[in-house]
Design a protein around this ligand. Structure first.
Ligand SMILES: CCCCCCCCC/C=C/C(=O)SCCNC(=O)CCNC(=O)[C@H](O)C(C)(C)COP(=O)(O)OP(=O)(O)OC[C@H]1O[C@@H](n2cnc3c(N)ncnc32)[C@H](O)[C@@H]1OP(=O)(O)O
Ligand SMILES: NC(=O)C1=CN([C@@H]2O[C@H](COP(=O)(O)OP(=O)(O)OC[C@H]3O[C@@H](n4cnc5c(N)ncnc54)[C@H](OP(=O)(O)O)[C@@H]3O)[C@@H](O)[C@H]2O)C=CC1
Length: 289
């Protein structure tokens, strides 16, 4: 029996198979737990096999079913082989959560071609490759639902120019795929997290710690988001509750893009679903509490 306290009804994904890329940590790991708690069999994709294996063991320890498929999403043959391996193992693919991603913080002038391409391939090309493989190998004939995780970098974000450009591309890919694949009953949406208290926050260099700790002051809801709050948005878009929703990008950001410096953000608001995922990451950069 899973300890995950989902907002959705038990058994919602019984019999379904969902791929979660970047399932070995943070938002991907949390989403994998949530979907498994609702009955889905989860295929965990990511580069580090040890991280994937840890999450697989966690899920199976909670009564769910999961399997690991290590790969780099930027490598086309590896992506095609991994999707084929998921089908060989589970026999179907109902959903894809295209979550793997990330970047290094650097001003545009300090990014060389190799660095730019490393980030664009991670956050745009890789997601395209995984989505296309799922479509061609299964969803074109059977339908399905794809959720692409992007990032709330609207209007540009200094230090994140490569990633913001890639995410903008992924939003447009989402819109085109929603149109092209609609005739095959494939829905394609995106979720744009704002600043989330996930393991990802611990991957930034020490000199950024104060910036990260101060981010909540620029969020009208007065806090960082939770992994479980992003997972819930993804789960909604995968579910039949979103059957007429395709081609959209759902922000999960506490209204951060609406922040205006002349008006203070809310202070000390509790996170209502803090205990939805007892195993959630506690990024050390944010300190205790
Ligand atoms: C801002 C305020 C926000 C404040 C913070 C707010 C957060 C915003 C919201 C977003 C949050 C998240 O996404 S949280 C998720 C965070 N998680 C992650 O980022 C994990 C995934 N990231 C990665 O794997 C890496 O960053 C990524 C580069 C994408 C892929 O790794 P690779 O192994 O392929 O790449 P590497 O070999 O490390 O590097 C490839 C090249 O990239 C360049 N490169 C690498 N690091 C570099 C650096 N620091 N400065 C310049 N250039 C660099 C060099 O050219 C490297 O080549 P050489 O010179 O030959 O080495
Ligand atoms: N936390 C936040 O505030 C925000 C996060 N996001 C995005 O949400 C997603 C999840 O981030 P989060 O959970 O916070 O951070 P994590 O760093 O914990 O998760 C990123 C995951 O992506 C995987 N990954 C990265 N590159 C590749 C690759 N080339 N091939 C396969 N897997 C890869 C990593 O696996 P491995 O280590 O094994 O490579 C890791 O599990 C990312 O796309 C991130 O950019 C967007 C906005 C805000």
């Amino acid at each position: 029996m899973s300890s995950y306290r989902s907002a959705f009804r038990p058994g919602l994904f019984d019999g379904q198979v969902v791929i979660v890329t970047g399932g070995g940590s943070g938002i991907g790991r949390c989403t994998a737990h949530e979907l498994a708690s609702l009955g889905a069999k989860v295929a965990l994709l990511g580069r580090n096999p040890d991280k994937l294996e840890t999450v697989r063991a966690e899920i199976e320890g909670e009564g769910g079913e999961a399997a690991c498929f290590p790969l780099d999403i930027r490598e086309e043959p590896a992506v095609e082989a991994a999707v084929a391996a998921v089908l060989a193992r589970f026999g179907r693919i109902d959903g894809l959560v295209n979550n793997a991603g990330g970047q290094f913080p650097a001003p545009l002038a300090a990014i060389n071609q190799k660095g730019w391409e490393a980030v664009v391939r991670t956050n745009l090309t890789g997601g395209f490759l995984v989505a296309r493989a799922c479509f061609i190998q299964w969803m074109a004939d059977h339908g399905g639902s794809i959720v692409n995780i992007v990032a709330d970098m609207w209007n540009g974000m200094p230090g994140m120019g490569h990633s913001g450009a890639a995410r903008a591309g992924m939003v447009n890919f989402t819109e085109t795929a929603a149109f092209e694949w609609a005739g095959c009953a494939v829905r394609v949406n995106a979720v744009a997290p704002g600043w989330i208290a996930s393991s990802g926050m611990d991957r930034y260099p020490p000199h950024m710690r104060d910036i990260i700790r101060g981010l909540a002051e620029h969020v009208p809801l007065g806090r960082l988001g939770l992994e479980a709050e992003v997972a819930a948005a993804i789960t909604f878009l995968l579910s039949p509750a979103a059957a007429f929703i395709s081609g959209t990008t759902l922000r999960v950001d506490g209204a951060a893009p609406n922040f205006k410096p002349h008006w203070p953000a809310a202070k000390g608001k509790p996170a209502p679903e803090w205990d939805a995922f007892p195993l959630a990451s506690k990024p050390s950069v944010l300190g205790e509490g």
